[in-house]
Design a binder for this molecule. Structure first.
Ligand code: ATP
Length: 249
């Protein structure tokens, strides 16, 4: 039992959640390793949400609320870490949720779909009616014909670089959450939220609640138009450099 006063308390709780997800067959073993890569970057961010991350979250929200057909892509880690927030976002915006796994199996897809249904996500696309995207070597080349394939805006937290690039090349607006501002996903996406996914999704749900009512159209359009993803990534990178300098002292 870890006490709440432990300096890594929040981080250790996330690890417990993921291990539980793994034992339930929702998260893959590779997902646990990918989370470790994220943790290292979060350490350098001081394990807190930066101003630049919050700005990116607001802009991502603007894209989601003004999209013609947005889709949220969920993998084993996001399903395990943020099921409540996925359900809330789904309830507020009506966004369809598509399960898309780097290491897919019919069994794991069903487990994730059941898990999301239990949290109240009504519209879960399983990618069984799929189409293959070009230039992707992994199994993640498959996207649902009625989901990501049709979408103008895709929200793909914790994505891999090949797919993020392929989706951008298809002309889609790609929104992501990735603690590594140097990853191919972070650089290829239209809007990258450099934040831990549980913090980012909480903020995103708050923004969605605030902006969902009528009357924010001009503000949402302005948010989208004035955002520069690479500049925003540089701000996260600068925080990490500063943190490294202070650790080295
Ligand atoms: P790319 O292919 O985009 O260059 P990658 O191969 O490093 O990146 P993966 O290992 O496929 O990416 O995915 C893990 C990514 O997700 C990492 O960049 C990691 O920083 C990020 N990540 C992992 N866990 C979290 C988390 N809980 N919150 C936010 N980001 C996370």
């Amino acid at each position: 039992m870890v006490s709440e006063g432990h300096p890594r308390y929040a981080s250790l709780m996330l690890r417990n959640k993921l291990v539980e997800g793994y034992e339930r067959g929702i998260t893959s073993a590779h997902g646990l390793i990918a989370h470790g890569r994220g943790e290292a970057f979060d350490y350098l961010l001081g394990e807190q949400t930066s101003e630049s991350a919050r700005k990116a979250t607001k802009v991502a929200c603007a894209h989601l609320l003004t999209a013609r057909f947005p889709v949220l892509s969920v993998n084993g880690n996001t399903a395990t870490l943020v099921p409540d927030e996925i359900a809330e976002l789904h309830a507020i915006t009506g966004i369809p949720v598509e399960i898309n796994l780097f290491h897919p199996s019919a069994q794991r897809i069903k487990r994730i779909a059941d898990h999301l249904h239990a949290y109240g996500v009504a519209n879960v696309l399983t990618g069984f009616d799929f189409i293959k995207l070009a230039h992707i070597a992994s199994d993640r080349a498959s996207v649902d014909k009625n989901g990501i394939f049709k979408a103008d805006v895709v929200f793909v937290p914790l994505e891999d670089g090949d797919r993020a690039q392929a989706l951008t090349e298809l002309g889609k607006t790609v929104l992501t959450v990735d603690l590594n501002p140097l990853s191919r996903t972070a650089v290829a996406s239209t809007v990258t939220i450099v934040d831990e996914v549980t913090r980012a999704l909480k903020d995103l749900v708050s923004f969605a609640k605030h902006f969902e009512s009528d009357g924010h159209q001009d503000e949402l359009n302005l948010l989208k138009a004035s955002f520069d993803n690479l500049e925003n990534l540089k701000a996260s990178y600068a925080i990490m450099q500063k943190q490294l300098r202070s650790l080295a002292r």
